[in-house]
Design a protein around this ligand. Sequence first.
Ligand code: NG1
Ligand code: MG
Length: 387
Amino acid sequence: MKEQLLQKFNEIFGSGGEVQVYFAPGRVNLIGEHTDYNGGHVFPCALTIGTYAAVRKREDKTLRFYSMNFDHLGVITSSVEGLTKKQEDDWANYPKGVIWALKHRGYVIDQGMDILYFGNIPNASGLSSSASLEVLTGYILKELFGFHLYMIELALISQFAENKFIGVNCGIMDQFAVAMGKKDNAIFLDTSNLACEYAPIKLENARIVIASSNKKRGLGDSKYNERRSECEEALKELQAVLDIATLGDLSEEEFEKHKDVIADPVRIKRAKHAVYENQRTIKAVEALKANNITEFGELMNASHVSLRDDYEVTGIELDTLVEAAWQQKGVIGSRMTGAGFGGCTVSIVKNDCVQDFIDNVGNTYEEKIGYKADFYVVDIGNGPSRI
Ligand code: NG1
Ligand code: MG
């Protein structure tokens, strides 16, 4: 991989000078969906697939970006001064946003760079290609400019870039999972205070299988912001009668007792998902610690049902993949992952059933939806590094 990147780098930007190569992972969320902007818990893990970059500092202030995944867009040029989001800069707005966010926080960036990226995670699919790109860029700047920056700070700066530069009001889960990844561990994160704990994932005779629906998010980002406001609204209504800071502060019982103060039945469903999903996530981590993988899987399944019926973010593609998975032998649990509206599902599948799973779920999907899904049998990896 490193050789290929360096070769392409020289071809695009010319040879000479010191070129360094870095990697940052993608992530998959095992459970705890749409809880990260509701003060709830999440349980993601970093993957061994992710984004690579080859980079060389420049003497002037020019920034040149190139992605091997978006060859057709060619080199995208910008400057470290006066960074603004531009539609024609497309994917390069993500790294630009991180540079902007670092400068906004007072880090001095007075020299440009040539950067070439290559990602081996599917884009816009719920495996956080965006967070991977952001955290990778931040990590590169930290290394090249010698910033003293903790990884958690880097995650927060990347989230700030996504919120304020890109305009997606996302929670902290993705950037946190990418920045803090640890091989063979998932991250149990309380998004209300960023307290986190690593939990070893010992599946013994099972694997994590990701199915990409190949349905792009499309309007997903605006729907995402809409769900976020619905939850904020519901929280305000509950705060009239309860002393709570977030929906994550509520137990299922307290929610059931007070939910009728929420005026709109749709908002009741949204808030219900946030409250129950947070509790499911806590229970799932307990089950895992007790080596009860069956219960973990059942909680994953319940998470999908809630995202489908109450939060309404699944859609025919993700429902087809998950419902087909539930029919398969050796499936411990299966659910959509990420924001939804397209993107991926995550399943835990017994080793000797993985191939049948891919064949059968793949066939059912293609028959019903009319195009193929892609499958990835993944491993849990570390956070960013120089390679
Ligand atoms: P994806 O689908 O990976 O973009 C999004 C949010 C997360 C979280 C999940 C839902 C972004 C960058 N991230 O993930 O913060 O809210 O949805 O759990 O939008
Ligand atoms: Mg994203």
